[in-house]
Write a protein that binds this ligand. Structure first.
Ligand code: BV8
Length: 245
């Protein structure tokens, strides 16, 4: 860890991209997708987060998302989310910090991050399957599966497996990663594409923060074994010391 902090002090990065996965929310009590704590009532995300599953059983899929929303509503952003939001705020005119997240839990926004790309959508938004209009889901659904005023089914406004990401999201994220001085890769197994492919666009320093080795570890300049809430705050502190000098 100390050698990574020394590299940050030497390089004084100012243009930061933080690429996050489910692991950054693990210490907020939200199960990851492939972690040992068993995700989501013994269902695999790949089995339920698909258009086919929704077509087959919209009520089951909605119940799964309602259960996840309940967990997330009860959770709080953790020290890693907060440190990243502070980095964006305090860098301000001296540089910039963009969050590119695979997560749909909305915790980066709740921590205060505004410069944010949600590659896979947001679990607290629903979309009409006919009109494609979206709406916020502030409260648990009254009826199951919920319907739009037009009578059509609503669906979670997230990207399912086999679906395209939001128009322009990957292009914007890839351009930011290619142009940044430092890419932080936090809490992702690096298994889901095209998101995981972003890491190979980094041209300068890249630091992976994960208790496990992943397929992305070898393509980062540093791989720090450990938890996001332990490692991210000292890293953002060191970035700010250098950038604001
Ligand atoms: C698509 C929203 C084009 C829904 C999610 C190559 C190119 C293109 C596509 C593919 C490809 N290869 C395969 C595909 C298909 C597929 C895919 O990638 N499949 C995988 C399973 C192999 N990709 C797609 O379908 C994508 N669409 O490509 O469109 C297209 C269109 C039509 C036909 C062909 C192509 C869409 C993918 C998006 C799916 N939606 N989420 C929902 O959430 O319900 S993905 C889901 O997985 C979440 O978003 C999650 O964030 C994401 C990735 O998982 P991770 O975040 O990495 O989480 P995971 O649990 O795996 O890992 C957690 C990590 O944290 C672990 O490493 C752990 O060690 C670490 N950790 C734990 N605790 C901590 C920690 N780290 C730090 N601190 C801690 N405390």
């Amino acid at each position: 860890m100390e050698n990574v902090l020394s590299s940050i002090r030497r390089e004084r990065p100012r243009r930061i991209v933080v690429f996050t996965g489910a692991g950054i929310s693990a210490e907020s009590g939200i199960p990851t997708f492939r972690g040992s704590e068993g995700l989501w009532k013994n269902f695999r995300a790949e089995d339920l987060a698909t258009p086919e599953a929704f077509h087959r059983d919209p009520e089951l899929v909605w119940e799964w998302y309602e259960w996840r929303r309940g967990l997330i509503r009860a959770a709080q952003p953790n020290a890693a989310h907060m440190a990243i939001a502070r980095l964006e705020r305090e860098l301000a005119r001296k540089g910039d910090a963009l969050v590119v997240t695979q997560n749909v839990d909305g915790l980066h926004a709740r921590a205060g991050s505004r410069n944010l790309i949600e590659l896979h959508g947001n679990i607290f938004r629903a979309r009409c399957t006919s009109e494609q209009t979206t709406r916020e889901l502030a409260h648990p659904a009254e009826s199951m599966p919920p319907r739009c005023g037009c009578g059509s089914l609503l669906r979670p406004d997230v990207v399912w497996f086999g679906e395209m990401l939001p128009a322009g999201a990957m292009e914007r994220a890839a351009a930011a990663v290619a142009g940044c001085d430092l890419l932080l890769v936090v809490g992702t197994s690096g298994l889901v594409y095209p998101a995981a492919g972003l890491v190979s666009s980094a041209r300068r320093m890249s630091i992976e923060v994960n208790p496990q080795k992943t397929p992305l570890s070898a393509s980062c300049t540093h791989a720090l074994p450990g938890y996001a809430t332990t490692i991210i705050p000292p890293i953002t502190e060191t970035i700010l010391e250098g950038a604001l000098r």
